[in-house]
Design a binder for this molecule. Structure first.
Ligand SMILES: Nc1nc2c(c(=O)[nH]1)N=C([C@H](O)[C@@H](O)COP(=O)(O)OP(=O)(O)OP(=O)(O)O)CN2
Length: 117
């Protein structure tokens, strides 16, 4: 078992329900923690056969977020967590999605959710 962290994935998407947010993309910053089963043979051989490939899930998330339209930050966060948990090799995962500049006077606002199998 190992914990994979994808840190500060900076993407742009439609996020929010204010009129201007419905038509203008905004930055979101995504942080992932994923506890996944590591195949013993991959460790022994130092080969990627059967590994939980962190690039695969990251690219899937990039495509989903950049092509999506979301009103609630909690919906985007929950959907990303569900996507990660679809893989049976994932034992536990935590997702935090920041919406920087969303609140006047605040550096950022985020939702954090986690799930375990
Ligand atoms: N479980 C693991 N998954 C992945 C590993 C790993 O060591 N363990 N390593 C890789 C790649 O080496 C990755 O680190 C770099 O891949 P790449 O340069 O293709 O990533 P990019 O996001 O820069 O790819 P682009 O297509 O150029 O955007 C992957 N998984």
């Amino acid at each position: 078992m190992a914990k994979i962290r994808v840190k500060n994935l900076l993407l742009r998407t439609y996020i929010g329900f204010n009129p201007e947010e419905l038509i203008n993309k905004q930055d979101v910053i995504i942080n992932l923690e994923i506890e996944a089963i590591i195949p013993e043979e991959a460790l022994l051989a130092d080969e990627p056969d059967g590994i939980y490939n962190y690039k695969t899930i990251t690219k899937k998330i990039i495509a989903y977020v950049q092509e999506g339209h979301f009103k609630l930050l909690e919906v985007l966060t929950q959907n990303l967590l569900n996507m990660i948990m679809e893989d049976e090799r994932v034992v536990w995962a935590k997702v935090e999605v920041d919406k920087p500049h969303a609140l006047r006077f605040a550096e950022s606002v985020s939702f954090e959710m986690e799930a375990h199998r």
